[in-house]
Design a binder for this molecule. Structure first.
Ligand code: HGY
Ligand code: MN
Ligand code: MN
Length: 415
């Protein structure tokens, strides 16, 4: 294995991140790159060009992911990468950093020459965030046969466009969701920014992820009745917003009572949203997370109990739609140890860390060995234009990823 320097890698990482940062629907206001949009197409074509230039066989897979493949002696595949989509007004590193680090590890593998014993793919996945259709982890679920064409018809964006139609408008065939799941994948490796304050606070350069939290997301609609705010007595009104407020108010303390659990209402709409009309309809999303399935389910159960209690009290009604249910997933211990061993050899300060963010690796990791390599986030900030990580840290992560890949390909890290 040729000795690569941080300096060689930093230039490529900086160049590609800067290019991808410009492929956004909100120039000057962070990165907004939703799935099946022109920004997604622009970024996909850019990455295909970069992959071709390093000699990878390039394709847009049925889920809209960009894949560059290096054929090995055997067709079984080690996949590495992250997501290409973003949140609204997000940062330039969430997802994209993992893609450009995987490109660097692949470049180094190609430049080492020879044919690896297993095939290797670099992937930029699609719709990991779920920001457009309120779902998420799309490419992994699509690839592993966990979505049906009917699911894609049911999921809509704020303009009422279904995933199904958005895929067709983008030039993809949503019916491919019914195709057999990929059976050739043997491992999934992902570099990602930490998106929290831990590594920076402890002056660490690398995090080896032990567990990715589970996530349960749902959309609640409270139905009430529009009436005059001045004449309808308090014990006769059907106030959808007061009902929602009473339900939402209890979610935070319920999460605080559980270890490593969080609860967030990130989206809320009120109708008719006029100050002198009693709200007749409120819709909001909930996002529950935890490292233990039981804690996530306890939060969800608490939500249902509060909805039953408060709608009965307030003479309103509710409906709830499950949007995502991803279990907590442990990363493969052997791969995590290989990451820490690489850091020790290279003199990088590193430790194990839990991921409070969800990632593509948790979909793949539920089926095949998976590993995640974290780099520090400046100020712990993410999902905002201020999101930033150092390209030197990303270059270090690329070298650790390459070591991990070589450990797998050369049989030192058991799958
Ligand atoms: O929501 C998350 O944790 C990730 O950013 N998709
Ligand atoms: Mn991400
Ligand atoms: Mn994200």
């Amino acid at each position: 294995m040729r000795q690569e320097t941080i300096g060689n890698i930093v230039g490529n990482i900086r160049r590609r991140l800067e290019a991808l940062r410009e492929m956004t629907a909100t120039p000057g206001e962070g990165v907004t790159r939703f799935p099946f949009t022109e920004e997604a197409r622009q970024a996909s074509e850019y990455l295909m060009g970069e992959m071709r230039a390093m000699g990878l066989a390039v394709r847009l897979d049925p889920s809209g992911s960009v894949i560059g493949r290096l054929e090995g002696e055997r067709p079984e595949t080690v996949m590495m990468g992250s997501h290409l989509d973003s949140v609204l007004h997000g940062g330039a590193y969430d997802g994209a950093a993992g893609v450009v680090c995987a490109l660097e590890a692949a470049r180094m593998l190609v430049e080492d020459g020879g044919q690896p014993c297993l095939s290797v793919e670099v992937i930029a996945t699609n719709d990991e965030e779920g920001s457009r259709f309120r779902t998420g982890l799309f490419s992994g679920k699509f690839m592993l046969g966990q979505l049906s064409p009917d699911d894609l018809k049911r999921q809509h964006d704020a303009d009422g466009v279904s995933v199904y139609d958005a895929m067709r408008q983008y030039g993809l065939d949503p019916e491919a969701a019914a195709s057999p799941a990929r059976e050739d994948l043997r491992a999934f490796l992902e570099v990602h920014i930490e998106q929290g304050p831990v590594l920076e606070a402890e002056e660490l350069q690398i995090g080896a992820v032990s567990t990715i939290v589970g996530i349960r997301r749902a959309r609640v609609v409270i139905g009430g009745r529009a009436d005059h705010v001045g004449t309808m007595p308090m014990d006769m009104r059907q106030d959808a917003l007061e009902t929602a407020a009473r339900v939402i108010a209890g979610l935070g303390d319920a999460a605080r009572s559980l270890p490593n659990a969080v609860a967030t209402v990130g989206n809320l709409t009120v109708e008719p949203n006029i100050m002198n009309i009693i709200p007749s309809r409120v819709a909001f999303t909930v996002d529950f997370r935890g490292v233990r399935r039981a804690d996530i389910d306890a939060q969800y159960g608490g939500l249902l109990a509060a909805l039953e209690r408060e709608t009965a009290l307030m003479r309103t009604r509710y409906s709830i739609e499950e949007l995502l249910d991803a279990a907590p997933v442990d990363m493969r211990p052997e791969l995590r140890q290989a990451i820490l061993a690489s850091c020790a050899r290279r003199g990088y300060a590193a430790r194990e860390i839990v991921s409070g963010a969800g990632h593509d690796a948790q979909v793949f990791g539920a089926r095949i060995p998976a590993a995640m390599i974290f780099v520090p986030s400046k100020g712990g900030r993410s999902h905002c234009p201020e999101e930033e990580s150092s390209v030197e840290d990303l270059a270090r992560a690329s070298l650790v990823l390459r070591d991990l890949l070589n450990d797998i390909l050369e049989g030192r890290a058991a799958l």
